[in-house]
Design a protein around this ligand. Sequence first.
Ligand code: P6P
Length: 334
Amino acid sequence: EIKKFVASIGITLDRFISQRQQEFPYAKGELSQILRDIGLAAKVVNKAIMGSGLIGIEGPAGERNVQGEEQQKLDVVANMRFIRALTKGQEVCAIISEEDEEMIDTGNHEAKYIVAMDPLDGSSNIDANVPIGTIFSIYRRKSPVGTPPTTEDVLQKGANQVAGGYVLYGSSMILTYTTGYGVNGFTYDHTIGEFILSYPNMKIKELGSIFSYNEGNYNDFSEGTKAYLTYCRNQKYTARYIGSLVADFHRNLLKGGIFFYPATSKSPNGKLRLLYECNSLAFVIEQAGGKATDGKRRILDIEPHDIHQRSPLIIGSSAMVDDVMQFIKNEQFH
Ligand code: P6P
């Protein structure tokens, strides 16, 4: 076992995907190609991020994206890079991006897959040199191959994902994804320009001791949520919040913990996006043995009605998510 484990550590992303081909019985390499396209775009985006301080692309681009948020130049660069890589890879017929109001028809109408992505989440942190991330989900299209993609193709619940994951651009670049057969993390090795398997078969602790939320929203929280936060303090848990979803999520996945972004007065439906933030991370966390809910329902069961809809998100160690849900339930009886 040890020998196999040690041998598996040095494997590249490409080799890993090829070896795991049997996970996609119906695909003849298309899904593998999309994962490779994502890895390629991530390398290009990482290079842009590493150099952004020098070539002045970390400042606001002056435009605003569909969310009305100041669009940082790197957002634009990342969005364009992922769209270009996925379009050229020819395996994706439509893309949903946080940066684009409408669904993007790639023109690859023979392609069988859809990608929903946040090309660069946490971009307001870029100029503070805080880790940022790309979040993605991959679905099989519903409409017939050879026809233009439809809204029905992109408004699918998270449980339909064939793959989901994220890229973390931090002290190192890490690509973590699942295809429904466990979670694997790859660290980028600059010396050879490859992602190397560094976190095989990731599992989150059933009970962690980190809790992550924006304290500034505390007064907006429900009594049940507040009661749970008091419980965390009484348990002497550690409060950790970076304000960059992928960085907070990845730390909790590795160390055990819970992240939540409930509905607030400013974001009555929650702040995070269902299609390309909550669903992707919910798929990963469930495959790693954790849970993800909006406070009422399993995230992956939510039927989307709009490509940019938001959702409250409670995600992390299963025992901690169960505890929050218990506190929320108890609140209903008081
Ligand atoms: P707040 C970053 O802008 C982001 O979309 C996520 O990466 C992060 O988790 C969240 O917003 C932080 O939001 O309201 O706490 O600043």
